[in-house]
Design a binder for this molecule. Structure first.
Ligand SMILES: *Cc1c(COP(=O)(O)O)cnc(C)c1O
Length: 371
């Protein structure tokens, strides 16, 4: 079976985790500082604040910006649900905008249509490694005085016009879960260039407690802290970031070479100005050419020993959100699947996946279509 994902360790992970363990500093510790300062350098961001996971990062970002009940926050209708869930968790209202038909990311025109007097923020989610049209989104944010919180969980180290994703708005939110580009099992971080945002975020992350006055709780805080054990693992990964990025690019280029221009499938179109570090290679089935549904295709691939994942459900279909369907979000959600994309998948395995995939598509062409 070719798995959909598989974390890769470069060698120092074990050493650093053992070092953290033997130091007895297993909650706070030096690896957290090392990880944060290394990330700051890589991102070109003034402040990186680690958290327990990418979902906590999103909640921390919202809370640091003072968002809450009565506020509307715009999120895409096609995304992993965490950014929308955390809007509900802070008592604010998620408002769903449609995605672009080609990039599958938050559509600026749709965003502008959804703005009301209550709108406070926009959450561009950089799905699969592609980066949203940040020029247009920033223009809208300035025009209506809105915050931008980038969800970079799937786009760590992708750049946009030469700048790192996550540093293009007020706060960027990262995840370091097992399948993400940098992993520590579970973990996350936010980044910001704003010193007062970093100060309030550090307070909220640690019980709202003043660092200089123990047990003095200044704001309502959470415990969103990362452990030193996880940071040790993540730090070893960061030391190999160049090799990780190089391999992510190799995997993407190989899939692109094999699959682009093939009838019946569309690759995600990268936003103009985006240099992606693709987290998951996603393809969209052209249902006018391929008769098999996406879900049946996933089953056929599984029978051939290839594990894939469907696109996310459109959030309008999840009853918790009470949202109206959006045309592109629904279409993308129904027809997208992601292929095995882990950092160290071999070229031979990629070629095999593509060959099997294209053969299944060919055997299931819509009548009158020559593939
Ligand atoms: C993975 C992911 C998250 C959540 O991160 P966790 O670390 O699993 O909590 C949030 N947003 C997106 C887009 C993700 O892919």
């Amino acid at each position: 079976m070719i798995p959909w994902y598989e974390p890769h360790f470069w060698g120092e992970e074990k050493k650093y985790v053992l070092d953290a363990l033997e130091s007895t500093w297993i909650s706070d510790g030096e690896y957290i500082k090392k990880f944060e300062s290394t990330m700051e350098k890589i991102l070109g961001a003034k402040h990186v604040i680690t958290t327990s996971n990418g979902t906590a990062s999103l909640m921390l970002a919202y809370l640091a910006l003072g968002l809450g009940p009565g506020d509307e926050i715009i999120v895409p209708g096609f995304t992993f649900a965490a950014p929308a869930n955390m809007i509900l968790a802070i008592g604010a209202t998620p408002v769903f905008a449609d995605v672009d038909a080609e990039t599958w990311l938050l559509c600026p025109t749709s965003v502008e249509e959804k703005i009301t007097a209550k709108t406070k923020a926009i959450v561009p989610v950089h799905i699969y490694g592609n980066v949203c049209d940040m020029d247009k989104l920033r223009h809208i944010a300035e025009k209506y005085n809105l915050y931008i919180i980038e969800d970079v969980a799937e786009a760590a180290f992708s750049t946009y016009r030469g700048q790192q994703a996550g540093t293009l708005g007020d706060i960027g939110s990262f995840s370091f879960q097992a399948t993400k580009t940098i992993t520590m099992g579970e973990g996350g971080a936010i980044c910001t260039n704003n010193p007062s945002l970093q100060e309030i975020a550090r307070l909220i992350r640690n019980h709202g407690m003043r660092p200089s006055k123990r047990y003095w709780h200044e704001v309502v805080g959470h415990n969103f802290r990362l452990t030193n054990l996880q940071a040790a693992l993540g730090y070893a990964q960061l030391e190999n970031v160049d090799k990780i990025i190089e391999n992510k690019k190799r995997v993407y280029e190989r899939y692109k070479k094999n699959l682009s221009g093939q009838q019946g499938i569309f690759l995600q179109v990268m936003t103009d100005g985006c240099e992606p570090v693709v987290w998951a290679i996603a393809v969209k089935i052209d249902s006018t050419v391929v008769s098999l549904t996406r879900d049946d295709l996933i089953i056929a691939l599984k029978e051939a020993g290839i594990e894939t994942r469907p696109g996310f459900y459109p959030l309008s279909e999840l009853p918790i959100y009470h949202a109206e369907p959006l045309v592109n979000a629904t279409d993308v959600a129904r027809n997208v699947l992601s292929l095995p994309s882990y950092t160290m998948i071999s070229d031979a395995d990629i070629d095999h996946v593509c060959e099997v995939f294209l053969n299944i598509a060919k055997r299931n062409q819509v009548h009158n279509h020559a593939l």
